[in-house]
Design a protein around this ligand. Structure first.
Ligand SMILES: [Zn+2]
Length: 454
């Protein structure tokens, strides 16, 4: 059955960036967008049996795309002390805990993450390449209705933890298995990518072979890159080496990319590399964005720069509106230049750029015929939306997820008035509480509080 959301203010993000003040979005029963335009024109073309959803007083945007999230960490949120340094948080806190995750716990962590993503308007996410088992997570994606690109834990240099140790051949074979398995699910909403941990954990052979594997399967490849400050001992590979090993092409998404010079930005931009910018993780993990960050230069060079919520101990949230707000404000102050990253560009980063980062630009990122009906409906019955003098400023600079009324993926409504339609959220959260305690007991860690427990 065809559905049409009508009489809304629609931020289409289409080629002309049309803002329809009395607009409609119509999509078919399979979730493909049929028409986007003025309400009168769209309704005139509908067949008699179409379902009309009156969205007067609402704002409709494309669903947000979060290009870098670690799902498993949802059961460890708040574990790492706020003051833990860059050399402590991973080996001392996160790696031992990740290594203890059971498949059922990974599924539960994924469900908590998916709930948070959907409730804040994210309709597509890319896992950061830290899943130990992708099958239970694919189950959660399929059941909840969200769209996802998954990646498994892949490296070949670290010797510990034992559970993640892999030879180059094993790491590649596990990725090939994952891609075959996800394809066998037969659902375009869940796909895979070859995602390495990066940051000095992959041999040159793994990098070269991962490039070949991604090309062979026609999927993106990704890794974290240049994300540890030189002040903290980080020594990123030269971008020229990346290019030599096949990691400077359009199939490549690099995450963080804080420590690059202008020549490297030009090299990566020429190759068509996409970047996952994680502003909240950069701020909490002291990456030195204000001193080193090149996001304005990357955007000026035409690169796709998507936004990533990153992780539950380095962000600690997956709220795309908060990320877009930072994208639209940080660089103005860092550069003392009010023209840096206007809210329109920040919204493009949260949608169109995100879609390009995941190689999904033909499917998602804007509301246009032929794309998937992934969208967010905001109610303007909240002070943050009034008056409606500038809808893009209202969305990026003042709106919060509180005003999200419904969220749709593939033409299916997954959130309605703050309630998830495909998940028993209280039951999932209760199970996650129990699982988190059990996990940390097994690992022998606890989150230290600075203030006394009374
Ligand atoms: Zn990350």
């Amino acid at each position: 059955m065809t559905t049409a959301l009508t009489r809304a203010l629609v931020l289409t993000l289409d080629r002309e960036r049309r803002i329809l003040t009395d607009g409609a979005v119509a999509f078919d029963g399979a979730g493909e967008i049929l028409a986007v335009g003025p309400t009168d024109e769209v309704v005139d073309r509908l067949d008699g049996g179409a379902r009309i959803v009156d969205c007067a007083g609402r704002v409709i945007t494309p669903g947000f795309v979060d290009v870098h999230v670690h799902l498993g960490e949802q059961l460890m949120r708040g574990l790492v002390p706020d003051g833990a340094g860059p050399t402590e948080w991973l080996p001392d806190w996160l790696l031992p805990t990740y290594a203890a995750l059971e498949p059922e716990e990974e599924r539960l962590a994924a469900e908590v993450a998916i709930a948070e993503l959907l409730l804040t308007g994210t309709t597509t996410f890319c896992e950061a390449g830290t899943l130990l088992e992708t099958e239970p997570v694919a189950d959660a994606v399929l059941r909840t209705g969200i769209r996802a690109q998954l990646g498994r834990w892949t490296w070949d240099l670290p010797a510990a933890p034992a559970r993640m140790r892999a030879t180059t051949a094993e790491a590649l074979a596990a990725n090939a298995d994952m891609l075959a398995h996800l394809r066998s699910r037969g659902c375009p909403r869940v796909s895979g990518a070859v995602i390495l941990l990066g940051m000095g954990t992959a041999s040159e052979t793994l990098l070269r072979e991962a490039h070949a594997l991604a090309a062979e399967h026609g999927v993106p490849k990704a890794m974290m890159y240049a994300g540890t400050a030189p002040e903290h001992g980080g020594t990123p590979l030269a971008a020229a080496s990346l290019a030599e090993w096949g990691w400077a092409d359009e199939r490549t998404k690099l995450t963080h990319v804080v420590y690059v010079d202008d020549d490297e930005v030009a090299l990566l931009a020429d190759g068509g590399v996409r970047v996952a910018h994680c502003p909240t993780a950069a701020l909490r993990h002291v990456k030195g964005l204000h001193r080193h960050g090149k996001v304005p230069e990357m955007l000026a060079a035409g690169m796709a720069v998507g936004l990533g919520g990153d992780s539950a101990n380095g962000s600690n949230h997956f709220n795309m509106l908060r990320l877009a707000y930072l994208a639209a404000t940080l660089y103005k102050d860092f550069r003392m230049d009010s023209t840096m990253v206007p809210p329109e560009l920040a919204l493009e980063m949260a949608t169109l750029h995100g879609a390009r980062c995941l190689g999904m630009e033909d499917e998602i990122g804007s509301l246009e015929p032929g794309k998937r009906a992934d969208l967010v409906v905001f109610s303007t019955e909240h002070p943050e939306w009034r008056p409606m003098l500038h809808p893009v400023q209202n969305l990026v600079l003042n709106a919060t997820d509180r005003s999200i009324e419904s969220v749709w993926v593939d033409g299916r409504r997954l959130v309605e008035h703050g309630r998830l339609e495909t998940m028993d959220l209280p039951a999932v959260l209760a199970a996650a509480d129990v699982a988190a305690v059990s996990l940390l007991e097994r690992v022998g860690l606890s989150a230290p509080w600075d203030w006394p427990r009374a």
